[in-house]
Design a protein around this ligand. Structure first.
Ligand code: APR
Ligand code: PHB
Length: 389
């Protein structure tokens, strides 16, 4: 087999890259080790920055998003028993859309398959060769066990944080910057109306709580917990009790059937550079953010937007400079998103070794945020998505 761009991974990064390349007339093959059902059912975050929603609409993927996505003018911050609304539309004229990541994945899969494109699901033993120089190749075993090789001009490593592309780069060529947080999120999806029309980020001395949603009747709720929290110790009653407590009386929470329960550890990772020869890393394969700023999918889409443009310029005009500067261009945005996600995380979570000084300092910062339009604008600008250069 032969293609122009071999894409490993059918998450938001790989699928969106394939979609953008197709619009430029560039041929690609997408390989995914899981099944279609699996990737379409995987529940992940659900906040879409304004430019991402615009890009989905502009490139023909917006029909369901515009019908089912919930446009939010801003978010709420709860602390010391009261709720403070930050109205992004009023502050900076922008908004966000609440639409699950797996819905974006479903729309992208449908567009690719419906447009005559292919996604090779359930492939095994994927490996990449000769990407340092001339003629990169991807080898794998197909769903039915056939050994296949694909010759490519370029490889896009969109295979997430446990993929094969990043570890295939020679040791010493990459530097990894990491921070582990000493807590995780216990998340549930519940058949209950969310306590408020827009998200609530709750600071509470019992720990952080987040009250998000997927629809007016489906809540997505999270509690700060230990990084290695044992779910067996969290029967539904305990989860609801804690969710009520952490709202701190600022809103009323309705209970409902719990459809899903899980624990997510929290960490920040960036690898530099995001490219090696003809291999380009995009999305979670190059960086992970803690979920507090809802940046994961948005950053993945930002990377592939840069990569698709660079590849289009290369094929159209033979220009290699945008490909050469891919990593540099992406990393400027990645580090700003890391900074913002770290800031939201440390502002809102109880540090494990919290002392009275730290709590007073966090409360002072929240009080400042609630009272200063300048501080609110800075949050709004980062939350809704920083502009591109
Ligand atoms: N071969 C083929 N596919 C692979 C391999 C492999 N060896 N390893 C991993 N994959 C697939 C995974 O099964 C997954 O479907 O790569 C895909 C990577 O997708 P994501 O993990 O969704 O990563 P990305 O597309 O970068 O999107 C980032 O996803 O992790 C969330 O919160 C994160 O929102 C962020 C977004
Ligand atoms: C979610 O709805 O899953 C969600 C929302 C906001 C976040 C993280 C997750 O910061």
């Amino acid at each position: 087999m032969r293609t122009q761009v071999g894409i490993v991974g059918a998450g938001p990064a790989g699928l969106m890259l394939a979609h953008l390349l197709r619009r430029e007339g560039i041929d690609s093959v997408v390989l995914e080790r899981r099944s279609r059902d699996y990737i379409e059912g995987r529940i992940r975050a659900g906040v879409i920055e304004q430019w991402v929603a615009d890009l989905l609409v502009e490139t023909g993927l917006g029909a369901r998003l515009q019908r089912e996505g919930l446009v939010h003018r801003g978010i709420n911050i709860s602390f010391a028993g009261s709720l403070h609304h930050l109205d992004f539309t009023d502050l900076i004229g922008k908004h966000i859309t609440v639409y699950g990541q797996q819905e974006v994945v479903k729309d992208l899969v449908a567009a690719r398959l419906g447009g005559g494109g292919e996604i090779l699901f359930e492939v095994e033993d994927v490996g990449i060769d000769d990407f340092a120089g001339g003629a990169p190749r991807i080898r794998f075993r197909s769903k039915v066990g056939e050994a296949i090789e694909i010759d490519c001009d370029f490889i896009a490593g969109c295979d997430g944080s446990h993929g094969v592309c990043r570890p295939s780069i020679p040791r010493g060529a990459l530097t990894s910057f990491e921070r582990e947080y000493p807590f995780g999120w216990l998340g549930i999806l519940a058949e209950s109306p969310p306590p408020c029309e827009e998200l609530i980020y709750a600071y509470h001395e019992r720990g952080f709580g987040l009250y998000s949603m997927r629809s007016p009747t489906l809540s997505r709720l999270y509690l700060q917990c230990a990084a290695d929290e044992d779910l067996n110790e969290w029967p539904d009653e305990r989860v609801w009790h804690e969710l009520h407590a952490r709202l701190g009386g600022s809103s009323k929470l309705a209970e409902g059937k719990v459809l899903l329960k899980g624990v997510t550890p929290m960490r920040s990772v960036v690898v530099e550079p995001m490219q090696y020869g003809k291999l380009f890393l995009a999305g979670d394969s190059a960086h992970i953010v803690p979920p507090t700023g809802a940046k994961g999918m948005n950053l993945a889409i930002a990377d592939v937007r840069v990569l698709a443009r660079a590849l289009a310029e290369f094929y159209r005009f033979g220009r290699g400079d945008l490909l050469e500067s891919y990593s540099h261009t992406c990393l400027r945005r990645v580090w700003k998103a890391q900074r913002f996600s770290w800031w939201m995380t440390t502002l809102l979570h109880q540090p494990v070794d919290a002392n009275a000084f730290d709590r007073r300092r966090q409360l002072a910062e929240l009080d400042y945020l609630a009272g200063s339009r300048h501080a609110q604008r800075a949050l709004a600008e980062n939350y809704t998505g920083l502009p591109f250069d």
